[in-house]
Design a binder for this molecule. Structure first.
Ligand code: ADP
Ligand code: MG
Length: 350
């Protein structure tokens, strides 16, 4: 019998490790864009414009008017685990920024080419620097700029053939990019967002900024949707349990093929399948003909009740008292729908 020895265990080269890790954070163009958007918001931008080529595989360019990046920080900007947002593990308990890992930009440089142009307040010119595999290439070059930051991500997954090949349809990827920007624009109505394809004159998403969430919904999802929405609010404040929810939900007049669920918890775009299901159940019972609702909800929880650190993309969050929160929201939705249905019937009869 062949008593072959097991294969040897070896340490992977760092460049391999980094590329594998990068693939977890940056799964597709839309996930790169989400990270870039969050950085612009963290930088206090009020205007964010995005240009995309080939669904983001060729180019994602994002321009903001945020606080910019200091010249001295440019050399380490794209190293792994460099961040201006937290300094100690304990800071995670009360993290108020969307980012905190210092991993997004680094990850992008392991699977794409990154160029940053930035200028801080009160400067007469900006700087441009390019990055690859976490490292700045050469010195930052002075250039004309305005206050803020522009980041170009080019040839995403150029060195990850399998991943690149999995994106057969750039227009699918573009739709995902548009979806992410649309959702953030509703949560951040004070910020003016735009997104267009490279070379197009017309933007596919355009919000005015300095407005309300409802106006942003109108700008992005159209008046046909915004007209049919009911405002919803609920909260809980007892010793063990605190949360606030506000948002908009569709009325009996709204019909769609699929449910639209836009959920932010403490300003982070997240998925919560049990909450979505719980709301759909209420619609099915109260408004069976409008059972594919449009839902936008923004939930605030005490930061110490939310663990944002569960997943590299931060897409899943886990939080305390999930069941009681879902129940409270379910009740609020039910009351709101019954109420609006009653007034509708009443209105129709008079
Ligand atoms: P994180 O957001 O977790 O800190 P990132 O890799 O996304 O990590 O970004 C690293 C750092 O680069 C940020 O902490 C921030 O200081 C800076 N940065 C990135 N994007 C911008 C931007 N658009 N404007 C200003 N600073 C930025
Ligand atoms: Mg970030």
């Amino acid at each position: 019998m062949d008593m072959a020895l097991p294969p040897r265990i070896r340490k992977l080269e760092e460049s391999v490790v980094n590329r594998i890790a990068a693939g977890e954070v940056i799964q597709r163009p839309a996930s790169a864009l989400k990270e870039l958007l969050e950085n612009s918001l963290d930088a206090g931008a009020t205007v964010v414009s995005v240009i995309v080529k080939d669904g983001g595989l060729k180019l994602i360019q994002i321009t903001d008017n945020g606080h910019g990046i200091r010249y001295e920080d440019l050399p380490i900007l794209c190293e792994r685990h460099t961040t201006s947002k937290i300094t100690a593990f304990e800071d995670l308990q009360k993290v108020s920024t969307l980012g905190f890992r210092g991993e997004a930009l680094a990850s992008m440089t392991f699977v794409a080419h990154l160029t940053v142009t930035t200028m801080t307040e009160g400067q007469t010119h900006g700087y441009r620097a390019s990055y690859k595999d976490g490292v700045m290439e050469g010195d930052p070059r002075p250039c004309a700029a305005v206050k803020g930051t522009q980041i170009m991500v080019e040839n995403l997954f150029y060195n990850v053939t399998a991943r690149r090949k999995s994106f057969k349809n750039p227009s699918d990827e573009y739709a995902r990019v548009v979806d992410v920007i649309s959702k953030y624009s509703i949560q951040n109505p004070k910020v003016g967002f735009s997104c267009k394809k490279f070379g197009d004159a017309r933007a596919d998403v355009q919000t005015p900024g300095n407005t309300s969430s409802l106006e942003a919904i109108r700008a992005v999802y159209g008046p046909g949707t915004s007209r049919e929405l009911i405002e919803i609010k609920t909260s809980k404040n007892d010793s063990s349990d605190f949360f606030e929810m506000n948002g908009y939900i569709s009325s009996a007049n709204y019909s769609a093929k699929r449910t639209t669920m836009i959920l932010f918890i403490n300003d982070r775009l997240v998925d919560c399948a049990p909450l979505k299901r719980a709301i759909e159940v209420v619609y099915a019972a109260v408004l069976p003909k409008a059972s594919k609702p449009y839902i936008y909800m923004s939930i605030r929880l005490p930061p110490e009740h939310v663990d944002v650190n569960v997943h590299p993309t931060k897409k899943e969050v886990s939080f305390l008292n999930q069941e009681s929160l879902i129940e409270a929201i379910q009740t609020a939705v039910e009351q709101e729908l019954l109420q609006s249905n009653k007034s509708r019937t009443f209105y129709a009869q008079t």
